[in-house]
Design a protein around this ligand. Sequence first.
Ligand code: ADP
Length: 254
Amino acid sequence: DAGGAHVVAGAPIVQITALRKSYGTNEVLKGIDLTVKRGEVIAIIGKSGSGKSTLLRCINGLEVFQEGSLSVDNKPLLHESAMAMRELRQRVGMIFQGFNLFPHLTVGKNVMLAPTLVKKRGQVEAAAQARKLLARVGLAEKFDAMPDQLSGGQQQRVAIARALAMEPAVLLCDEITSALDPELVGEVLRVVESLADEGMTLLMVTHEMSFARKVGDRVIFMHQGRVHEMGPPAELFSNPQTPELKQFLSSLHD
Ligand code: ADP
């Protein structure tokens, strides 16, 4: 098993150098170096509190970091520049554990909102795009439904469609199946896998090790704010090099 083995082009989409992030005196990211290439699928694993979520939140500008540099599509993230932040937000899509759909808007309007507001797309065009994206996540018939009429798995698929509507260069997924009933996990993972197969660049924090192994081109093991081990899933899972990763993997079987 060679992992995801997606077509990875040479161009780096995300470039992170010596990134450090603290909350007060608590240094949570202690010098992260990471380059993500176009089409690459990276699974981020590690114990709770190791900094996985903070790393994703730095990449889409939700968190301000203190040191290092970060660029997406060769555009450096500059927190002091509102213009640069807005551009970054358009390049980076993010999906969270909670689906965070707007409860008072139909499914279709949820998907249309950002493109109409941010990209100034017309209603007709945005609706056509939303229908296409909802079909892509298997929810074509839910355009006029309200979010609370949908299952958790369906709501998360709408959240994926909504993120795709901004045509991001990279999609960040932060434990997007953790809040779902077990029987609904598969339908969301299948959508993510299809995106990976279509060439989407993906960074996903996940507890689904078999999914990370199957779909990931690379796996990153984070430990105490550092990239502790990194490699192709087959290698990393079968032949962990550090005691910390060995311990983490064995803790999953308990
Ligand atoms: P993970 O995603 O691996 O569980 P996180 O990135 O969520 O880890 O958290 C890493 C560390 O940063 C933890 O020690 C956590 O308590 C701390 N942390 C996360 N968010 C905040 C915050 N908003 N304020 C203060 N500390 C935070």
